[in-house]
Design a protein around this ligand. Structure first.
Ligand code: HMG
Ligand code: MG
Length: 302
């Protein structure tokens, strides 16, 4: 029995997850144009940047400039990633109206990515949530390494479910389950999601799969069967975490939307415009798109 959703909200993360992992830092003007192009595609959520330590992620040190430069559409949400109250204050000062926080289901990855263990990072999140409440801002929660950790290997679904439940209980309106290093296979992804959905309602869950081993779309299909209806993706398949050894790009938004539309699942997204946005950023990065649709368009143009 499948329980496919009628529509999916795609959360576009290329400007954050994508650009944080590129060696070269692009000019703010290019990031702004990318985000505005994405805004014109019919996406309803576009992650803009992150207010993490610029020493840790210099590629996104211009987050405030990017926030100030984008043309915000009234029907689009523009969250930014924050690691702690210092990042939250910077996000508020930059005019953010929604933020995302992150924790990990692996102690070792948590240390590498945020210089804090799981419990300490949850305390930081608690403090961010307090500030968010005072400022009337919704908070999305990411949970990383849900299908494997680059340092610890297998991660138990019950640990993931327990942490997702805590993030939801603390006040995150949605929990995005991150296969940070693309270790998962479809049945493992579905089992993990089913375990989490016993603790947190499916309509509060999102999936965030990296495609390191070519499993992301298959894993997404398996999770769609359970009814998940929020999926993170990145144009041109950009993405990765500088602190997750071996992590590569997110599932490509273009290929995801092609899959969804092929299943008659609504997204509200103009696929041609999305593919163009992927080509735009790839021209600036001087590389071929990681998406199959982007590669077809790239060959036509070059
Ligand atoms: P730390 O070095 O332990 O920080 O880093 P600290 O609190 O000891 O402070 C040290 C210095 O950093 C101080 O400055 C602070 O002011 C400054 P100093 O006094 O030395 O001049 N500082 C900051 N500056 C600007 N903005 C801030 C900030 N915080 C402290 N927010 C910290 C701790 C959490 C800051 C650091 O580890 C960090 O920034 N980590 C983020 C790493 C990152 O961005 N990783 C990628 C995002 S997560 C991801 O990609 C996974 C995801 O996609 C889901 C998935 O795929 O699974 C979401
Ligand atoms: Mg990610």
């Amino acid at each position: 029995m499948n329980n496919f959703p009628e529509s999916v909200r795609v959360v576009e993360v290329s400007a954050r997850d994508g650009l944080q992992n590129e060696k070269q830092a692009l000019p703010a003007a290019v990031k702004i144009e990318l985000i505005d192009r994405l805004g014109a595609c019919g996406l309803s959520t576009i992650e803009v940047s992150s207010f993490v330590s610029p020493r840790w992620v210099p590629q996104l040190a211009d987050a405030a400039e990017v926030m100030a430069g984008i043309s915000k559409k009234p029907d689009v949400r523009y969250p930014v990633l924050v690691p702690n109250t210092e990042g939250m204050q910077r996000a508020i000062a930059a005019g953010a109206s929604e933020v995302a926080v992150f924790a990990a289901a692996s102690e070792s990855f948590s240390q590498k990515n945020s210089n804090a263990g799981i419990e300490e990072s949850l305390q930081r999140i608690e403090a961010v949530l307090q500030l968010a409440k005072e400022n009337g801002m919704p908070v999305r929660g990411y949970l990383s390494c849900v299908l494997g950790c680059p340092y610890e290997g297998d991660i138990s679904a019950s640990v993931v479910a327990g942490l997702a439940e805590r993030l939801a209980g603390m006040g995150c309106y949605e929990i995005s389950l991150g296969d940070t290093i693309g270790a998962g296979t479809p049945l493992a992804a579905r089992e993990m999601l089913a375990a989490v959905a016993e603790k947190v309602a499916m309509d509060k869950l999102a999936i965030h799969f990296h495609d390191t081993r070519g499993q992301a779309l298959a894993g997404i299909f398996a999770c769609l069967e359970l009814g998940v209806s929020v999926i993170d993706a990145s144009v041109a398949g950009l993405g990765g975490c500088p602190y997750a050894k071996g992590a590569s790009g997110n599932v490509a938004s273009e290929d995801l939307v092609y899959l969804l539309h092929g299943m008659a699942i609504r997204t509200g997204i103009d696929l041609d415009a999305l593919t163009d946005a992927g080509l735009f950023i790839c021209r600036h990065l001087d590389r071929v798109p990681g998406s199959r649709l982007g590669q077809i368009a790239w060959r036509h143009q070059n």
